[in-house]
Design a protein around this ligand. Structure first.
Ligand code: FAD
Length: 370
């Protein structure tokens, strides 16, 4: 579509998380008329870190967001997998670092800093807070959104970036609920002084035992902090499971004594506890005027650290599809054709988790993103 056609399309994005905000950035940069409707009154991200992969870093270079992201993140060369007691099983450079005009190291970032930075580079007026979608009607060549506050909006294109419990997905694409993965994640950010001397470089370390317990030690060097994430197997499917420090210490039997000491000193009031859920692959992501992206389209488990990264890469795929296609319906179909094969594979790989007796790469299966 040419510049004039793009400028005339009204785009409404539901959800201002990583996916929705990145889509708003990319689509506004190519000249589209975009609004993002977010249910929350402000920022709600949990205290934890994630790694932005080389292709995600390239997305931000392409859409003038790199400086904002780089200011609140630190570079990382590799991902190391270790036994529970700290013996290296495998170490591998992040895939894709040298695939771009300049090296793009993975960037470690606090989730709250990421969403703050992303929202700060959106053009004024694009992000509309306090708008919870309660209904959506597909009119064929447009769609009408109704919000909890009574407002309605009609747009030519609606993008559902409304996360794992997506209303847009549920109404149009599948009634299936999220699937419990019999796993929990307990996440917290700690200061370097509480990290038992383990914060030595920017690389991600994954410690794991043979009983399905893992610790992700994710350095946030620029903050002099570490994101410390413990994941365990569990049959308790509560969305935010209630756990104690004693329970955690039991799970960590046999782990490096420094990791146990860190855990012994955790402030449990700051720990965010969450059950692991994903969704089955969704056959179709779009109508002629509505599409889903990010977790709404392909929520996956965290084992590959790709959920937020794929949400951002969807944003790039969406912008490319609008530039390449001749109409909005064609663009939404092209978006699915570009992105779904990649995310289908990552969703499947993420369900496999890790097997400490059988690790021959830190990045099994698809590497995603491109
Ligand atoms: C324990 C854990 C660890 C993870 N670790 C990593 C990692 O290391 N690397 C990685 O890349 N990913 C990781 N992820 C996955 C990552 O968090 C998600 O994939 C990512 O947040 C998806 O972004 P999104 O924008 O699609 O959805 P979300 O971040 O869920 O954003 C959806 C937004 O939509 C809004 N919304 C929802 N419903 C409505 C409505 N009705 N109306 C208006 N707004 C609405 C929400 O408030 C929210 O702001 C992890 C996830 C978990 C649970």
């Amino acid at each position: 579509m040419d510049k004039n056609e793009l400028a005339q399309l009204r785009v409404a994005i539901v959800g201002g998380g990583y996916g929705g905000a990145a889509a708003a950035l990319a689509l506004s940069k190519i000249g589209m008329n975009v609004k993002v409707y977010e249910q929350a009154p402000g920022m709600t991200e949990v205290g934890a870190g994630i790694g932005l992969r080389p292709e995600t870093v390239q997305f931000f270079r392409d859409y003038d967001g790199f400086d904002a992201i780089a200011a609140v993140s630190s570079p990382s060369d590799k991902f190391q997998i270790l036994t529970a007691d700290g013996h290296e099983i495998f170490a591998e450079e992040w895939p894709g670092i040298n695939d771009f005009p300049q090296p793009n190291k993975t960037r470690m970032i606090h989730r709250a800093d990421f969403i703050d930075a992303l929202r700060s580079i959106l053009p004024d007026g694009v992000l509309v807070l306090n708008h919870k979608l309660t209904d959506i009607v597909d009119n064929g060549d447009s769609a009408t959104l109704t919000f909890e506050n009574g407002e309605t909006v009609t747009a030519d294109v609606v993008i559902g970036a409304d996360g794992i419990r997506s209303l847009v997905r549920h109404k149009f694409f599948t009634p299936k609920p999220p699937v419990f993965a019999r796993t929990h994640a307990y996440r917290i950010v700690i200061d370097a002084k509480d990290a038992e001397g383990m914060l030595v470089d920017g690389n991600l370390q994954l410690f794991m035992d043979n009983k399905g317990t893992m610790i992700y030690f994710l350095p946030l060097l620029h903050r002099n902090q570490v994101s410390f994430d413990i994941t365990v197997l569990s049959e308790d499917d509560a969305w935010a499971p209630d756990i104690t420090k004693e329970y955690l210490l039991e799970k960590l039997e046999g782990f490096d004594p420094r990791l146990i000491e860190i855990t012994r000193n955790l402030d449990m009031d700051k720990l965010v506890s969450r059950s692991g859920y994903d969704i089955d692959s969704v056959d179709n992501w779009h109508t002629d005027s509505i599409a889903i992206m990010g977790d709404a389209a392909h929520s996956m488990l965290w084992h590959q650290g790709q959920g937020a990264n794929t949400a951002v890469m969807d944003a790039g795929g969406l912008a490319e599809a609008f530039l390449e296609a001749d109409s909005a319906p064609e663009a939404l179909a092209l978006f699915q054709a570009k992105r779904k094969p990649i995310t289908d594979e990552l969703q499947a790989v993420s369900r496999q988790s890790w097997d400490p007796d059988n690790v021959d790469t830190a990045f099994p299966g698809a590497q995603g993103g491109h």
